[in-house]
Design a protein around this ligand. Structure first.
Ligand code: HEC
Length: 158
């Protein structure tokens, strides 16, 4: 039996769909360094709490860094499309807290954020689904992105 012509192009069609879905799911995964030259250097000793909290310049630099590095998977404007976890959830619970409590809560989310961003995360099969940015991000870059995410978190939960 002879297949109609369009059946023969099915595998190619499927391949095209598969490749574009894969590209969509992974976005641009090449880590890009973030230029943080306008920010006060964090210093030699690495810190676990974001030293730029509330710093508008850090928020702007972080927004740009997020766009280039994270948006492909975690969503434009940090609104997750479901491919990767919602990063606005990291500090969401801290929003309504009193000052001292809130500082501790944000510090905890900072530590977690820094660890995962620098070292990445493997899935159950041992494959890195969340890339490690430790070879391209300075501490300043990590905290700029966190400042942006925190600003978005507070903006979304006003
Ligand atoms: C290639 C896609 C991809 C890119 C690009 C990416 N991530 Fe992720 N990220 C993931 C996936 C997938 C997970 C979930 C990993 C898991 O739990 O197995 C994740 C998890 C995380 C987590 C932990 C979230 C949680 O709720 O536990 C943080 C924090 C994070 N990513 C930050 C970032 C930052 C910051 C960037 C940009 C600098 C970034 N990611 C870029 C895919 C990506």
């Amino acid at each position: 039996m002879k297949f109609p012509i369009y059946w023969r192009s099915l595998p190619i069609g499927l391949l095209v769909i598969f490749v574009s879905l894969k590209a969509l799911a992974h976005g641009d995964v090449t880590p890009h360094p973030i230029d943080t030259s306008g920010l006060k250097p964090v210093g030699q000793t690495s810190v676990d709490a974001n030293p730029y909290r509330g710093n508008e310049k850090a928020v702007a630099i972080g927004a740009e860094g997020y766009m280039h590095n994270c948006a492909g998977c975690h969503g434009l404007n940090a609104v997750s499309g479901g491919v990767a976890p919602d990063l606005l959830a990291l500090a969401r619970d801290c929003v309504g807290m009193k000052a001292a409590e809130q500082a501790a809560c944000l510090k905890e989310s900072d530590e977690y954020f820094k660890d995962i961003t620098l070292h990445g995360k493997k899935n159950g099969e041992g494959r890195f689904t969340m890339p490690a940015y430790g070879s391209v991000f300075t501490d300043e870059a990590v905290w700029a992105v966190k400042s942006y995410l925190d600003a978005r978190t507070f903006e979304m939960n006003r």
